[in-house]
Design a protein around this ligand. Structure first.
Ligand code: FAD
Length: 334
């Protein structure tokens, strides 16, 4: 999906080396920055303003904030990070690379923005989110995030009792069907070439899920609203909502130079940055959080992952600071 950009006020880039650069200012990046700023770490978030859920009118499924527009949540998050001295720079990271370590052996990274400005940091938190790749069905992308949905927990309640069609993208869509069947009695499964075995067909029949095996040609509009789909044999099937499991690709642009290991999810459903405890990666000094490494994380889980990574970074910086202080003290005393 092409990203929807929201521009906002930007802080100045610091000239000195900062403790942490956070790449990406969504739920994960901002919560990481909040924890770091509150730990008196100098932190700069560089964010290009294209969060994944930008098309959604409201965020759901996360207590307290349920029903709040995504842009409002991020605006408040930026304000809270800034209240503790964190800086937020609107811009796009073009390159991020390890640099020569400091004189006392501490790690260093160089971050270059698309406009050529540069920034140096001791540690990096990558929170770039993911890109949803929709199947190539004419007319589908224009309804993304409104009448074309992917997540029963994000907008399931809002589409309850509607006529829903599952546009299958592979075997995982069968499970998608069970989840959307929980929300409506009027469900059609467009197989789009996905093979269904006898057991699955029996289960669909038992749950009154209609199966259509003729391929989908296009999504049909009526005065801007989704009206249904046209099949390749010309048949029109009326549907108000289409549910589709997207292929989820971690956003890698600008961070390739960090050489973070990546891994594919089973069934060609997505690709993520590999990570371990608290978002640590195989690359010393680099952490990942949110959808960039956990493709199924919603806003709450992404924010929590950012917070955990932030606290882990702070803990390791505290150790590095203590090691450096001890070395300096020992040197001073001969
Ligand atoms: C249509 C839709 C509706 C959704 N609704 C809900 C919902 O109701 N409830 C819910 O819990 N979840 C919902 N989600 C999921 C939610 O969007 C994600 O869980 C959440 O956005 C993940 O947060 P994140 O911080 O990992 O990534 P993002 O929010 O995507 O933020 C990543 C940020 O990184 C920035 N970035 C990327 N690359 C660079 C770069 N090179 N330089 C600088 N900045 C960069 C981007 O501009 C972006 O701002 C929805 C998703 C979609 C697609």
């Amino acid at each position: 999906m092409s990203a929807q950009t929201s521009r906002y006020e930007s802080d100045a880039l610091p000239t000195e080396t900062v403790d942490v650069v956070v790449i990406g200012g969504g739920a994960a990046g901002l919560n990481g920055a909040l924890i770091l700023a509150r730990s008196r770490r100098s932190v700069v978030v560089v964010d290009s303003g294209t969060p994944r859920n930008a098309p959604a009118t409201a965020m759901h499924g996360f207590i307290v904030l349920d029903g709040t527009p995504p842009a409002e949540i991020l605006k408040l998050g930026r304000r809270q990070v800034r209240e503790y001295g964190g800086r937020i720079v609107f811009g796009e990271v073009a390159t991020a690379e390890p640099a020569a370590p400091s004189a006392d052996g501490d790690l260093r990274f160089t971050i270059t923005l698309a406009d050529g400005r540069m920034l140096r940091a001791r540690r990096v938190l990558v929170a770039t989110g993911l890109r949803d790749v929709l199947p190539e069905v004419p007319g589908l992308a224009g309804h993304w995030g409104h009448s074309v949905v992917h997540c029963p927990y994000c907008h399931g309640w809002e589409v309850r009792d509607e006529s829903i069609g599952i546009l299958a993208t592979g075997p995982a869509s069968v499970h998608h069907a069970w989840l959307f069947r929980q929300l409506t009695d009027d469900l059609v499964f467009f197989t789009r070439g996905t093979e269904l075995d006898a057991d699955t067909r029996a289960r669909f029949a038992a749950r009154d899920i209609r199966i259509i095996e003729t391929d989908v040609k296009e999504v049909v509009d009526e005065q801007g609203a989704l009206a249904g789909v046209r099949l390749t044999d010309g048949t029109f099937v009326a549907r108000r909502i289409l549910a589709v499991a997207t292929q989820m690709q971690a956003r890698t642009e600008g961070v390739e130079g960090l050489k973070l290991p990546m891994e594919d999810l089973p069934g060609n459903t997505g690709r993520r940055f590999a990570s371990t405890l608290a978002g640590a990666t195989e690359i010393p000094g680099v952490w990942v959080a949110g959808n960039a490494t956990d493709l199924t994380a919603q806003v709450g889980a992404s924010a929590a992952a950012g917070a955990l990574a932030g606290s882990h970074i702070n803990a390791l910086l505290a150790t590095a600071d203590t090691d450096a202080a001890l070395a300096a003290a020992q040197k001073a005393t001969g």
